[in-house]
Design a protein around this ligand. Sequence first.
Ligand SMILES: C[S@@+](CC[C@H](N)C(=O)[O-])C[C@H]1O[C@@H](n2cnc3c(N)ncnc32)[C@H](O)[C@@H]1O
Length: 586
Amino acid sequence: MIELKNTMNQSDTEKTLLKKIAELEKELKKVKKQKKYGLVWEEKPEQIVEDCKHNVPILRLKENKKGIDPVIITDKTKDENILIEGDNYHALSVLNYTHKGKIDFIYIDPPYNTGARDWIYNNDYVDGEDPYRHTKWISFISNRLEIARNLLTEDGVICVTIDDYEMPRLWLLLEGIFGIDNHLGTVAIRVNPKGRMTNRKISLVHEYAIFFGKTASSKIHKAPENPEDKTHNYIQATDGSWYLPVNLRKQGVDSLAVNKKGKLSDRYYPIYINSKTGQISVIKKFDIELLPIDQNGEKRIWRRGKEAIESMFESKDLWYKETPQGPQIYFKFLGGLEGRMIQSLWLDTKFSASEYGTKELDEILGEREVFQYPKSTHAVIESIIAGTSNQNAIILDFFAGSGTTGQAVLDLNKQDNGNRKFIICTNNENNICEGVTYERIKNIIKGYKNKKGEKVEGLGGNLRYYKTDLVNIEKLHNTPDQAKVNLTYQAGEMVGLRENTLNEVEKNDWWQIFEGNGKTTAIYFKEDKEKLLKLVETLEKKKQPTALYIFSWGKNEYKSEYSSLNIRVEDIPEPILEVYKEINRL
Ligand SMILES: C[S@@+](CC[C@H](N)C(=O)[O-])C[C@H]1O[C@@H](n2cnc3c(N)ncnc32)[C@H](O)[C@@H]1O
């Protein structure tokens, strides 16, 4: 300070101090913005993620080979479900271009990092001795969760299953990515009723399913009430609806006909019954006159007013019955089935992975234990019901393993006549994707013979099997021209998926055309626009809504020139590169 005074005059000192104050204020703002608490870990760069700065992921249709038909269609009126083989970081990157903001529900069951070499990081299995075991797992999961969040609709929900090994870290990580207020609940599921063997610890019988919403508009939905499960005796009408027969005479609270002041309620009136025909009326006087008086002689009230009686009888919602207590009038009560709240403890054996999941998969594939610990489809169905009430939902699982989520979606659609669609992704470690995931979904769609040799009917549905691949673009932040051209030639399948037009009907040097769902998508590959008008003419003739992706160096170059009533013009490849830059924060 003394030194300062000696070397500077008064105004220099002030200026220096003001500068220092401004710097400190800036620093303070930064500190205030920082997380107050939470998960801290040393980032362990992941090769797969680093590679994507030079090689961008695309999709290719899986090759047709013995036992694998990449396109299964049993119902042309329905959308196709998608299976993607490859690393899920690549698949999620592609989906950030094709399905941003379109996924209603994500269900994932990632490797639990048990220390028993149950997952691969940077080409090596991670074991219990690895000092960076947890750090690597957090980096691995956070790289994927961050980009998966973009895919959810504004009211979308994610469910992540986990056991005790990584539960505390996963919860904090999810809070960091989705926000503490968007935690919608954590369920304990009894997945292994016999309990895990242990010398030292508590024997685990359960694991967790953690639910987070994307925003404040996400919520947990009620499960449809099964009237047959109700303790009351609901009855199904011939039109399929359910009702409870309820005595028209009120009982219990607020049922007395005379109030404290001695006034008689207008709900106390006589109803007439024709004992021969069963007709009920308040206007016509029949042989039986009934007042709402209970067996103790207490005057009660009817549950409905006088004016409703004739029309309730007309619509068959009111009837009379002889009982040991004399004639009684009943009506159809349609309420009480608004839905079952999802609770935080799932104990039923149908949720057990060890009992139910494994047996179910063995039956479908006709082999024993081809995959360790597949989830129970019931547990996945319950999670889907909790996460979305949209019967046309798109459901994503990017750690699909044996494909339980795919089956759960098909099963649930069958149960409630829904039209949900799935996108599932898994790597092909130990040939899982081809040998287990694809095989299972194919069997569920087309039918199969179970272990006893009995035929099990297929549920029907459609499947398209893609594989991820990489296109070298040298540098994502400064992509050379030739690399942009290459990417455009190879991005067809992902553009088709983005537009939900999955069938390639034509590809030549100049363009590629996809069709599906009554729509067309075309990609024009070249900077040279010589043949573009010819393509536009071809597309116009189809008289279908069309998306035309025109190669361009920048953005919005051709929109005004080639758009028409039928044709929407898009640029390619710049928007794809932009999505990938954003993901890689370049
Ligand atoms: C715990 S299992 C999921 C089991 C699944 N829920 C079922 O019921 O079958 C996790 C799966 O994710 C796959 N997997 C692990 N890392 C992956 C990655 N980076 N990309 C794609 N799949 C991966 C594994 O091969 C494994 O099959």
